[in-house]
Design a protein around this ligand. Structure first.
Ligand code: NDP
Ligand code: MG
Length: 390
């Protein structure tokens, strides 16, 4: 039987890799719906190839452009939708079995909850929705019978490394998240870093926001929080290890000293395929790992003095409440502002830390509260960034 997939964030880096995997297995996967943010041309290009029933663009003003482009491409029967609510609606469409959630940022929170509430197989790349949704998301997944499968490569590795563990064994295990260290690994002076330098990642080819987060190590901070929620591990049992070759995608250390890891070529098609096929395995066309060609794998501690956002993310986990959510919102606004050349890279660190420590709120108890807090934290961050030079 074919799995009917709704792909959110279809035009992004993860979205394109997902379509590449789906194209290899037309017998197993049918793309039921495609959704993007604002760019119509690549969305329609994907629609021509995969013939989904629905295509949606989050930017409401693009409906006419989308409808016309679909018509011009001969896709008159494809249903066009526009607006954030339409994207969320597709995530709960009873006709789809699975949702691959690859929207960037907290814009993904409502669709993630919609898919969870509808009991879908939820293949989650959008780590920001785990960071914002926290325990409420995990409870929703459990109560609504959804299946949450991580797409983030580290979490996919941990998921596989924990697969055979009993609950008691998990309680004594440690997670070791690997980190590439980003383009500025080893640097001590981060002044003068431009957006162009920050989005050029040495190992992974990713969207601009996550590339910038990798450069600041905020990505690893978000991943520590993501791991804590996904696997129900306390912050104190999640380590970070810099491994520049990005061959070991993460590990789990058990009480007896055994360490389980997943290794592979750094290509997101592997964790995407794992989420799509689990518990089966499918081919991906990913370059096979030849360790003799790698020669050496190296490891070092993360430099949280030069890259303080990793430590800040841990602090938010220990603090609880809405701290991680506030940090995520501040980071999204600050990253946008940095990529727009309006603040410095170190100014970004300072603004995110100041916002996170200066605005505390209890953990949100509903999706509506999450969205309201996220909006408020963004508003306050914009005001902070406008108040003085960062
Ligand atoms: P990209 O920037 O490449 O793609 C983002 C996608 O989201 C695009 O399709 C974009 O549409 C869409 N989008 C943006 N805003 C909205 C919105 N409001 N509603 C609906 N869709 C929207 O990002 P990535 O693919 O790199 O990352 C996506 C997510 O996956 C992020 O959360 C990231 O952290 C996570 N991730 C990514 C990895 C990677 O290797 N890239 C690895 C692990 C996790 P449009 O093109 O129209 O702007
Ligand atoms: Mg990752």
């Amino acid at each position: 039987m074919q799995q009917k997939i709704t792909l959110l964030g279809a035009t992004g880096s993860i979205g394109r890799s997902t379509l590449a995997v789906a194209a290899l297995h037309p017998d197993k996967y049918r793309i039921h719906a495609l959704a993007g943010g604002s760019r119509v041309a690549p969305l329609v290009e994907a629609a021509v190839q995969f013939r989904p029933k629905h295509v949606a663009v989050a930017d409401e003003s693009r409906y006419r452009e989308l409808r016309d482009a679909l018509d011009a491409a001969g896709l008159k029967d494809t249903e066009a939708h526009a607006g954030q609510a339409a994207v969320t609606e597709l995530a709960r469409d009873p006709e789809c079995d699975a949702v691959l959630q690859a929207i960037v940022g907290a814009a993904g929170v409502a669709p993630t909850f919609a898919a969870a509430r509808a009991g879908k197989r939820l293949m989650l790349a959008n780590k920001e929705s785990v960071v914002c949704g926290g325990g409420l998301l995990m409870r929703t997944v459990a109560e609504c019978g959804a299946t949450l499968l991580p797409v983030d490569s580290e979490h996919s590795a941990v998921f596989q490394s924990l697969a055979a563990a009993t609950p008691a064994q998990r309680r004594e295990a440690r997670i070791i998240l690997t980190a590439s260290g980003g383009p500025f690994r080893g640097w001590k002076d981060l002044s003068g870093i431009t957006p162009e330098m920050a989005v050029k990642h040495p190992k992974w080819n990713m969207g601009r926001k996550i590339s910038c987060d990798s450069a600041s190590l905020m990505n690893k901070g978000l991943e520590v929080i993501e791991a804590a929620w996904l696997f129900d591990f306390p912050e104190s049992r999640i380590d970070v290890l810099v491994h520049p070759e990005s061959i070991i995608h993460s590990m789990v250390e058990y009480a007896d000293g055994a360490v389980m890891a997943e290794l592979g070529s750094p290509d997101m098609k592997t964790p995407i395929a794992i989420a799509m096929a689990w518990p089966e395995r499918i081919t991906t066309g990913v370059k096979p790992l030849r360790l003799a060609e790698c020669g050496k794998l190296t490891f070092e501690e993360a430099d949280t003095e030069t890259f303080p956002l990793l430590a800040l993310a841990r602090e938010t986990l220990r603090e609880g409440g809405a701290a991680s959510l506030v940090m995520n919102a501040a980071n999204e606004v600050a990253v946008e502002t940095f990529l727009d050349h309006r603040i410095s890279f170190t100014g970004l660190f300072a603004a995110v830390a100041e916002m996170t420590r200066g605005f505390t709120a209890p953990a949100p108890a509903s999706l509506e509260e999450i969205l309201a807090l996220d909006a408020e934290a963004r508003e306050r961050t914009r005001a902070l960034l406008a108040s003085r030079a960062f």
